[in-house]
Design a protein around this ligand. Structure first.
Ligand code: AGP
Length: 369
């Protein structure tokens, strides 16, 4: 097994650093340069099927659910088709409303998660068409779904999912653009612009990974705390949820993700002198609001670590320190801004002497409901 780690101390770090490659492989062959459009032949969903979709439900667990949260947001913005998201273990017990043209999307790295499989079966019984986004060819999820959109992250060994999550994001960008071009909800210029930025992501992530020394210091700082908060609005909140899960599962530090505007409705009472708050601030449209939420927590003594696009000087003034990430379109922010936070979880777990690749109480794929 040592050999497979390729000289890395842990699979998790190896998998974090493989992300540029995973992005390239998940994009490969799916962008037609001449027409600036997406081709997803392996999905076997023809334009008629796509045009019929009136409503989408996404089911997944854990990190895959957090990818679904991003998926909802981008599909709705690019296509205006309403999307619901469910944690798979809740889906079938809430009597979900499946209509004639509901598409159900199941997201699972392993393709063997029992809760997700149960949700797929429920959806199929009700007559829904099911599309699987998975990382394992021939897995149960892949076999039971009607349509398949593979992520090409390669085998993920560490319990904490990293490259599978970001590859799921890439799959959702491709899917949203594909639906958008099929139903004509996006003009060609907007699509071409977004495609250009998607294609830049692998190089941007690769460059960023070479300049992340600041993260180790921040990790050592937070490793001494019991509680920590991640805040953000819009897509920044979805990043916050995933960052919080990553930190919890391997560092065992209690953390919560909060929509930044919701803190003042209760949880602000938990902020004490020194409490670390990680504030995601990549979404320009809500930047001013997020900054005022940062001021609220700072006024109660929080130590604020911002995460923002390079050049965001307002955040440097509002926060105690800032992790800068390469600038991209706001819709693509999760595929870039999660990466330093994956590393933060990794180094915090190391600082606490934990078994990074095999955290206590957890299994890589959960085959019981
Ligand atoms: C991720 O870090 C977790 N270990 C976990 O939440 C995982 O994403 C979840 O169990 C779903 O697994 P799947 O993608 O294989 O279905």
């Amino acid at each position: 097994l040592m050999a497979e780690k390729n000289g890395y101390d842990h699979f998790m770090l190896k998998e974090i650093e493989e992300q540029p490659r995973a992005y390239r492989d998940t994009l490969r062959g799916r962008i037609d340069e001449d027409s600036q459009s997406i081709t997803l032949p392996d999905m076997m969903m023809n334009p008629e099927h796509i045009r019929e979709i009136k409503h989408i439900q996404i089911v997944a667990c854990g990190t895959a659910y957090h990818a679904a949260c991003v998926g909802k947001s981008i599909i709705e913005r690019m296509t205006r088709i309403p999307v619901e998201i469910d944690v798979a273990s809740e889906y079938r017990y809430r009597q979900p409303i499946i209509q004639e043209h509901t598409l159900v999307i199941a997201v699972s790295q392993s393709g063997e998660t029992a809760d997700t499989l149960a949700a797929i079966r429920e959806a199929k019984l009700s007559g829904a068409r099911v599309l699987a986004i998975t990382n394992v060819v021939g897995s149960s999820v892949a076999r039971e779904a009607d349509h398949l959109l593979m992520t090409w992250a390669g085998p993920e060994i560490a319990v904490a999912s990293t490259k599978a999550y970001t590859s799921q994001l890439i799959a959702f960008y491709l899917l949203a653009l594909y639906i958008g071009q099929s139903i004509g909800s996006m003009d060609l210029a907007a699509r071409a612009q977004l495609l250009t930025q998607i294609k830049e992501l692998p190089d941007q992530v690769q460059n960023m990974l070479g300049h992340m020394t600041q993260i180790e210091q921040i990790a050592e700082h937070i490793a001494g705390y019991h509680d920590l908060y991640f805040i953000g609005r819009g897509l920044d909140y979805t990043i916050a949820m995933e960052a919080s899960l990553k930190l919890k599962e391997i560092s065992y530090i209690h953390s919560e993700a909060y929509p930044a505007g919701e803190l003042k409705h209760g949880s602000l009472a938990l902020i004490e002198d020194g409490t670390p708050v990680i504030a995601l601030a990549t979404q320009e449209v809500v930047l001013e609001k997020t900054i005022s939420n940062i001021r609220e927590v700072k006024a109660r003594g929080a130590y604020v670590i911002g995460v923002a696009f390079e050049g965001n000087m307002e955040l440097a003034q509002a926060a105690d320190e800032v992790i800068y990430v390469p600038r991209t379109d706001a819709l693509l922010a999760p595929a870039i801004a999660i990466i330093p936070l994956q590393l933060l979880a990794y180094y915090a777990a190391l600082a606490r002497g934990n078994d990074v690749d095999k955290p206590r109480n957890l299994a890589k794929s959960v085959t019981v409901e």
